[in-house]
Design a protein around this ligand. Structure first.
Ligand SMILES: Nc1ncnc2c1ncn2[C@@H]1O[C@H](COP(=O)(O)OP(=O)(O)OP(=O)(O)O)[C@@H](O)[C@H]1O
Ligand SMILES: [Mg+2]
Length: 349
């Protein structure tokens, strides 16, 4: 008969039966072995034997019983998948206090996991809200222009071309947002593979400055280098991603720099195995309270001015992702009324 060690009633009955049978056998032996009055030694001997049998029987079944119960808890909290006897010794080796401690710790980890999930769910909700909010503006603008054109504006030479241009601008805005979103989701998924190569960061910076020339002229920004960089500074990184980083930082320095004759300074510093790259502007600066948040998606410090410049608040989030994917760091320091510096490191090559 196979005993079920997780049923306390059956265990108790079986134990009681075994001990009773043993007691009967002992008593019969006692009667048979002793003629007349049983010898004291024989009584003590046989009773001690019963005690021993009862002790080992209880111990064995109790251990089995506790093991059967605790095994289930352990399986849940540790996902134990050990061979039959290995986990038995592992479990029985630990005291019940330890089991209790482990269960408490397990509960706390689960609680943290749930809180994390809740936070993520909130984050996702906020993110979706932000996305639709950002897309709504250009969509409504386009709707307005198209309706005006349909309502006779098409025949009015003073507005027809202008409204088509504005429509195109709004479409470009939407494309830019969608592209930024795509970049972010790509960067956040683990599939991000860096295509690292060795290149001259000063040359790449000059290319980016040239690329942003029209915008910088429009917003009266000029560029200066913080040193004489006629020798190349080689680094090892994903060139196209770093181009994106420089575009986003320099674009910000133009947008949020001094509107009258703003100056953006770009400097490179030698730091052991890394190169430190700094982009400094002479704009209004970022308030201390906003500094830890500027890298968040969709975060804008001055909603009015940022909106006027057409930003959606994704640029710095992308920058941070790219730098962290390179296992490097980026930070920002800013003084109100003086300007802002973004500094990041890249590995020398
Ligand atoms: N150099 C800077 N000086 C002052 N404020 C800045 C500077 N760079 C960024 N900020 C603030 O941080 C916010 C976030 O910047 P981020 O580049 O992420 O977004 P954006 O420029 O508004 O939009 P996007 O880059 O997506 O077009 C900006 O809206 C602005 O308020
Ligand atoms: Mg930006």
């Amino acid at each position: 008969m196979k005993l079920n060690y997780s049923d306390p009633n059956r265990l108790a009955i079986t134990n009681a039966l075994v001990i009773t049978i043993f007691a009967i056998v002992a008593n019969v032996l006692l009667v048979l072995l002793s003629t007349g009055k049983p010898a004291l030694l024989l009584v003590i001997g046989i009773n001690s034997l019963s005690l021993g049998v009862a002790f080992f029987l209880f111990r064995f079944t109790l251990e089995k019983f506790i093991y059967e119960k605790i095994k289930i808890i352990y399986k849940t909290i540790r996902n134990l998948k050990l061979p039959k006897d290995a986990d038995r010794t592992a479990i029985m080796g630990s005291s019940l206090d330890k089991v209790n401690q482990e269960v408490i710790e397990w509960g706390e980890t689960k609680k943290k996991e749930i809180e994390e999930l809740k936070k993520m769910a909130g984050y996702r909700r906020e993110f979706l809200g932000n996305v639709s909010h950002e897309l709504k503006t250009p969509i409504f603008n386009i709707q307005g222009y198209v309706l005006t054109l349909l309502d006779g504006g098409l025949e009015d030479p003073s507005i027809n071309k202008e409204y088509l241009f504005r429509t195109e601008k709004s479409i470009n805005r939407m494309i830019a947002i969608v592209e930024d979103l795509e970049t972010i989701s790509h960067l956040e998924s683990s599939e991000l593979q860096l295509k690292e190569s060795r290149f001259d960061i000063t040359l790449l910076t000059r290319e980016v400055i040239e690329f942003l020339e029209i915008k910088s002229k429009k917003l009266n920004t000029s560029f200066i280098f913080g040193g004489n960089y006629d020798k190349p500074i080689f680094i090892k990184a994903d060139k196209e991603r770093i181009r994106q980083v420089l575009i986003n930082l320099i674009d910000n320095s133009i947008k949020y720099g001094n509107p009258e004759n703003g100056k953006t300074k770009i400097s490179f510093f030698d730091m052991d195995e890394n190169t430190l790259i700094e982009v400094t502007d002479d704009g209004n600066g970022i308030e201390a309270a906003d500094i830890p948040r500027v890298f968040e998606r969709f975060y804008r410090t001055d909603k009015g001015r940022s909106r006027e410049q057409g930003g959606s608040g994704l640029g710095l989030a992308i920058v941070k992702h790219i730098i962290e994917a390179h296992n490097q760091t980026i930070n920002v320091r800013s003084t109100m009324g003086v300007g802002t510096t973004f500094a990041f490191t890249l590995k020398k090559a």
